[in-house]
Design a protein around this ligand. Structure first.
Ligand code: FES
Ligand code: FES
Length: 154
């Protein structure tokens, strides 16, 4: 049964009619048109669907949309600043941390959350911060280098 749900995503207030059993990922992509957040495993394994809820990284495939009501949701579309790309996005470009790009939005959200909590992370802390995100292309070393670069630039 559909009910009205109020969400705040990237600082914008939305009201949508959705089945209360739907996950946040499907509402972001299907109802709000925010397709930067990707669907990979749909089983809390790959991190492609990572968004921030009140600043904390969450797999949106395994999070009911109704749980996000009255909380602040940030997706990859909300990371860009009026001045341009976020430092993490810029660093991924500079270090070649993007190949097919499917994992990249989720990686960037996890990295952004890490740097907001821990501005000067060690390599081990970066690995832990990205441990919920899988990449099939890059071999990870360029992604780790990108997050280290972003930390230095932040
Ligand atoms: S799609 Fe959500 S963790 Fe893989
Ligand atoms: S760049 Fe292709 S999955 Fe990570």
């Amino acid at each position: 049964m559909s009910e009205s749900l109020s969400l705040t995503v990237n600082g914008v207030a939305y009201s949508v009619n959705v089945d209360m059993g739907r996950n946040l990922l499907s509402v972001l992509r299907g109802e709000l048109g925010l397709t930067g957040t990707k669907e990979g495993c749909d089983d809390c394994e790959c991190g492609a669907c990572m968004v921030l809820i009140d600043g904390k990284p969450v797999n949106s495939c395994s999070f009911l949309a109704v749980q996000a009501a009255d909380r602040s949701v940030t997706t990859i579309e909300g990371v860009v600043t009026p001045e341009g790309l976020d430092q993490v996005q810029q660093a991924f470009l500079e270090k070649g941390g993007v190949q097919c790009g499917f994992c990249t939005p989720g990686m960037i959200m996890s990295a952004r959350a890490l740097l907001d909590q821990c501005p000067d992370p060690s390599e081990e802390e970066i690995k832990i911060g990205l441990s919920g995100n899988l990449c099939r292309c890059t071999g990870y070393s360029r992604i780790l280098a990108a997050v280290a670069l972003a930390a230095a630039a932040d």
